[in-house]
Design a protein around this ligand. Sequence first.
Ligand SMILES: Cc1ncc(COP(=O)(O)O)c(C=O)c1O
Length: 281
Amino acid sequence: MIPSVLPTYSRAPLHFVKGEGTWLVEEDGRRFLDLGSGIAVNALGHAHPALVAALTAQAQNLWHVSNLYEIPQQQALADKLVAASFADTVFFTNSGTESCELAVKMARKYWYDKGQPEKTDIIAFAGSFHGRSSAGIAAAGSEKMTKGFGPLLPGFKHLPWGDHEALDAAIDDNTAAILIEPVQGEGGIRPLPDQCLQGLRKLCDEKGVLLVLDEVQCGIGRTGRLFAHEWAGIAPDIMMVAKGIGGGFPLGAVLATEEAASGMTAGTHGSTYGGNPLGCA
Ligand SMILES: Cc1ncc(COP(=O)(O)O)c(C=O)c1O
């Protein structure tokens, strides 16, 4: 009989009942050092007092209003991210997968608005992981993730990791963006050398292609800088973030330059139904 929780994960037979900083406590009292951190999610560890206090205060005050209203806390976080990064603007999501969806849409819309609607292809790399949505699995492209789930979202090309010549040859008039993790996470913690990231930036500039970085797993301080690409001294056009940004609360973001985000106006990835939808005085 199928379990009531869809069995898409093979779970370890452990039942944690408490988390304290870097430690997890199993039902039977055993303590485990949590090196997994919820797959790179719990950036502040378990039950960090500041996070608990912020979430408790917010939950007791106001739960959810939607993006139809101004949200000062959202604004404050966007301002912080803009001040601390290459980005001019931020869109908040609930997951890395959703960040992938927007990054792909934003890259395509950018070229569409520039009068080059043929530029829709995204070049991605073997061993990558970009999430489990239709765009996410099409972007990563591995058989393990895509088999049986077709037809896949078209417009993705997959290249071997680290093959500069293949990359150079693959870029053509239809290429919208290169999508890459500066450190592949699911692919086995494979860092892209700084000079490769610098080369990628140069190639994108020369060929008129957007550089989209997936920092869902390697971003938010995990490499010792706020974002992994900072080590190479380059900046992307669009960047996907999630996991550590929420410290366990489901939160993601897409950071972008003003130029790259220029096509994402009201109604393109949200509702035009703004202003005062409830008609409040
Ligand atoms: C590099 C990368 N991108 C995207 C995702 C998808 O993020 P989420 O699980 O928050 O949807 C992950 C998740 O492991 C990831 O490691």
